[in-house]
Design a protein. Structure first.
Length: 265
């Protein structure tokens, strides 16, 4: 595994793309409401990205047909926007990746539509906290297994499970590069982190079993095998001399619902 070390100049170029993705995600949060379709979300993301003279990276990536991934309720990831209507009580992950001047910025969040159930709130909040705990493990000399261990220990202690089939990934001039960042595992294992490494942390947390299944028709949509709810949050980060810098850190609060906003993360 050859993990690319980014120069300070490359990190700053990556930061620009990451901030664009973060701002687009903020816009989505401001507009989400019951009655919208996931295609409406796709339109918001596509138009906002193009307005920035950037490109929505998912579009045509390995054949993916849309500009953003929209994953509702039991959809773990890679949900394809279409005519599905958002309803009160739904949760939806919106995963935005922006390509700008050769660099990719990747971030996602799970939003509440209307009033969520206790289970929906639990799995969403566990996923959000899991991301925070994973990021807290990032520092020069730490091992990638420390990230997965921190996430798995916390999520399972809350009665949830962590998806194994999809992981975080290196990012920069490529959408996906080394390393693979598992959200489960053992402390003290894996490659050591070095200053200049850039990657995503994006734990997918299920309220039920961790196993997933891929839709046999569209070959993309991943759902929980037991139909249970799933939630995810994602940031792109860089290892620094002081620890970690969140490149997709949002410049203003993210509106998760009418009554819930995230101030910092």
């Amino acid at each position: 595994m050859a993990i690319e070390i980014k120069s300070p100049k490359e990190v700053e170029a990556l930061r620009v793309a990451c901030q664009m993705a973060a701002e687009t995600l903020i816009l989505v949060g401001e507009k989400l409401r019951a009655g919208m379709t996931t295609d409406d979300i796709n339109t918001i993301v596509h138009e906002d990205t193009m307005r920035r003279e950037a490109y929505p990276a998912p579009l045509k990536y390995r054949g993916f047909p849309k500009s953003v991934c929209t994953s509702i309720n039991d959809v773990v990831c890679h949900g394809i926007p279409g005519n599905a209507v958002l309803r009160d009580g739904d949760i939806i992950n919106v995963d935005v990746t922006t390509l700008y001047k050769g660099f990719y910025g990747d971030t996602s969040a799970t939003f509440y539509i209307g009033t969520p159930s206790a289970e929906a709130r639990l799995v969403t909040e566990v996923a959000r906290k899991s991301l925070e705990l994973g990021i807290a493990e990032v520092r020069e000399g730490a091992r990638f297994g420390d990230i997965g261990a921190a996430i798995q220990e916390y999520a399972e202690a809350q009665g949830c499970s962590v998806v194994r089939d999809f992981v975080g990934h290196g990012i920069g001039r490529k959408f996906h590069e080394d390393p693979q960042v598992k959200h489960y595992g053992k402390r003290g294992t894996g490659e050591r982190m070095k200053v200049g490494m850039t990657f995503t942390i994006e734990p997918m947390v299920n309220i039920g079993k961790f196993e997933v299944k891929i839709d046999p028709k569209d070959k993309w949509t991943a759902r929980t095998v037991d139909g249970s709810l799933s939630a995810q949050f994602e940031h792109t980060v860089v290892v620094t001399k002081d620890g970690v810098d969140i490149l997709t850190k949002r410049p203003k609060p993210l509106r998760l619902s009418e009554n819930v906003s995230l101030v910092l993360a």
